[in-house]
Design a protein. Structure first.
Ligand code: ADP
Length: 409
């Protein structure tokens, strides 16, 4: 490829100026020689003599010289001026938003450099705008996981970055909405199933009674008793369900300062009859001084009632329920331990899911709904806390961590 020699426009204008001046001097000299020659010949000399007599030979020479110089200069600089005008037009196009505009000025000078820069600018911006546009079309068609490539150190790269962040956020929101919809549908399915089972058996027993298909009063009472027991568990399910949806729909909390130790001593009182019935003892291991949290006492009572009654229901073979209360690093830890059969390892990850019951508890029909731990978890979480479980042949321990409040002065 032939490489052009770079000559700056300053030198080009100087060369044109010198060239035009030289040619003008030559033209004036030739004119003077021609006039000197023609002056001797009549009748060609008449206009010459007239001009010499009326205008003067010097003035005529100067006027002709200047006019010739101007003509030459304008003609010689015309291509450079046209290039500059072309560049101005392309820049005007870009300024009005048409970035695909380009120029074919290829001179080896400053104008050529400007033209090259304009072309690469328009090519870069235009191709990147195309990419961004393509990305936006994809996103508009619902492909929210589409990521527009982000060019570093590029102002448009910041726009691409913001669009990516926007589509990610949108994707996240849609996903959350879908999950919420699925959760709602799952809940309805679970509820319908769990309501139908006891209701079907209640209807079955009531039908036997209605059609007088019992042999004596003892059998009648037996059927009525089953129907009654099933109705109670149905009521418990409806109550639990109401509680669960109420908490998960963002119920207002009535927060107040609460001493955890006093709270558990009071709660333990409520369980005296059922503990006695199960032949169990509840022990509270707590520090001497009050352990303060900010909580809704009624909600918290609901949460821990579930844990303690589970301890009685599923741990009665262990005879003890131990509650350990401790304050550590801005948290209050409450561990509720029982010593019955362990929760199988494979069930642990699902234990806090609603309607989830360990297979054995289902078959033993302990009267649970599978909502207790889900309710407890929701209550602990709305209080800014966490719940976890560890279960082994030694013990089953549910631990809750709640943010501590400052102790009273
Ligand atoms: P429910 O008690 O109504 O079945 P929960 O959500 O309270 O529902 O508990 C879910 C399951 O977790 C129970 O079915 C039971 O198998 C198991 N579980 C809960 N607490 C304990 C515990 N303290 N010890 C052993 N198993 C437990």
């Amino acid at each position: 490829m032939k490489t052009k020699v770079y000559i700056g426009i300053r030198w080009k204008f100087l060369a044109i100026f010198i060239g035009c001046t030289g040619l003008t001097l030559l033209f004036v000299l030739l004119g003077w020689l021609l006039a000197s020659y023609l002056i001797a010949y009549s009748p060609y000399n008449r206009p010459l003599i007239w001009v010499i007599n009326h205008i003067g030979s010097k003035i005529t020479g100067v006027v002709f010289g200047i006019s010739f110089f101007a003509f030459l200069y304008i003609t010689a600089t015309r291509p450079l001026v046209l290039y500059a005008k072309e560049l101005a037009a392309v820049l005007e196009d870009m300024a009005s938003g048409r970035f695909h505009a380009s120029t074919d000025v290829k001179t080896a000078d400053e104008l050529g450099t400007i033209a090259g820069n304009i072309n690469s600018l328009s090519e870069q911006v235009h191709s990147y705008l195309d990419e961004i546009n393509h990305g936006l079309t994809e996103i508009a068609q619902g492909h929210f996981d589409y990521q527009i490539p982000v060019r570093e150190n590029h102002d448009l790269g910041r726009i691409a970055d913001s669009i990516n962040a926007m589509s990610e956020q949108l994707n996240h929101s849609i996903q959350e909405e879908r999950n919420a919809e699925k959760t709602k549908n799952d809940l309805i399915t679970g509820v319908s199933h769990d309501l139908r089972t006891p209701l079907t058996s209640i209807l079955g027993f009531l039908e036997i009674i209605d059609k007088d298909r019992y042999t004596d009063e003892v059998e009648l009472r037996y059927y009525m008793n089953i129907a009654y027991e099933k109705s109670l568990s149905l009521k418990k399910l409806v109550d639990d369900l109401f509680e669960y949806t109420r908490i998960n729909n963002g119920l207002p909390l009535h927060l107040r300062e609460l001493d955890v130790v006093g709270f558990f001593r009071q709660l333990a009182e409520e369980f005296v009859p059922s503990l006695e019935k199960a032949g169990m003892t509840l022990q509270i291991h707590a520090p001497e001084q009050p352990v303060m949290i900010r909580a809704d006492g009624d909600q918290l009572a609901r949460a821990y009632e579930n844990l303690i009654s589970n301890g009685i229901k599923y741990g009665s073979s262990g005879k003890y329920i131990d509650i350990y209360i401790a304050q550590e690093d801005g948290h209050v830890s409450i561990r509720i331990c029982n010593y019955g059969e362990p929760i199988p390892k494979r069930d642990i990850p699902y234990i806090f899911e609603r309607f989830y019951r360990v297979e054995k508890s289902r078959s033993k029909s302990t009267g649970g709904t599978g909502l207790g731990l889900a309710i407890t978890k929701s209550i602990i979480e709305v209080h800014g806390g966490q719940i976890s479980v560890e279960s082994s042949t030694k013990q089953t321990a549910f631990e809750t961590l709640l943010p501590a409040a400052a102790a009273p002065a």
